[in-house]
Structures are given as C-alpha cells and as structure tokens.
Design a protein around this ligand. Structure first.
Ligand SMILES: [Ca+2]
Length: 132
C-alpha cells in the first residue's frame, strides 16, 4: 500500500513538471525582447529563433538559429521591436529587395507576402534595394 501511494505521487509530480516545461517553451518561442528584431524559423513566432541586436544582417548564410541550424532562406515569421522599418532582401548584402516589416510590428507568416524561406539579408531603416 505504501509503495502504491509513492508511485502515484511520483506520477503526479512528473505530470506537473512536464506541463510546466511545455508552458515555458511556448512563451520563450513567442517572446522577443524590447529593442530587438527576432527572426523565427516557423510561422506565428515558433520554431527556433535568431535575435538581431545590431542594425543589419549582411548574410544569413553565416547566421544560425538558436538550435544551431543555419537561418538562410528559412525565416518564416518576424517580430520587429525597433523604431525603424526592417527591409528584407532575397539575396545577401541587400540584393533583390522583397519589402519591409514596419517599425514596432510583426508578420506571423511571411508566406502572406511571398517571402517565406527566402530572406538572406536584412537592414533596419532600409526599405529599398539602393540603400541597404
Ligand atoms: Ca521556415
């Protein structure tokens, strides 16, 4: 009888722990710090993320998401918590302008703009291909 009680308690504790871990992960995936730009691998700010603290990414070919995988041509959602527009480009070093994410705004699925898994560079304050 004693053993049965202990097993039941252990299962209950483990179930609670599992729920807590899931909740923490979900919040971490969706959050982006103030004054940063966050690029997510999946739609609706899920999947792995890259946090841009500077004002540009010249080449996503040399940028990895937090999970260690390369971010080039894989960004699917973006949060822009900066006071500048974020210009995004299909090629590295500002080649082939795609469009911009407005200041302090976000795009939950880049496929709505035709940019899904296409971005190779990004510049704050730049909204065309001539001034990256
Ligand atoms: Ca993606």
């Amino acid at each position: 009888m004693k053993k049965l009680v202990r097993n039941t308690l252990t299962s209950g504790v483990m179930a609670v722990a599992a729920i807590s871990v899931c909740t923490v992960n979900a919040e971490a995936a969706a959050s982006c710090p103030a004054n940063a730009v966050c690029f997510y691998e999946a739609a609706d700010f899920h999947g792995s993320m890259y946090l841009m603290t500077g004002s540009e990414v010249n080449s996503f070919r040399v940028v990895n998401f937090y999970d260690g995988s390369n971010a080039n041509d894989r960004v699917t959602s973006i949060i822009n918590n900066r006071n500048s527009k974020l210009g995004v480009y299909k090629d590295t070093y500002g080649g082939h302008y795609l469009g911009y994410v407005g200041a302090n705004s976000k795009v939950g699925n880049l496929s709505s703009k035709g940019w899904d898994n296409k971005i190779s560079s990004a510049y704050l304050g730049s909204t065309n291909s001539t001034s990256p």
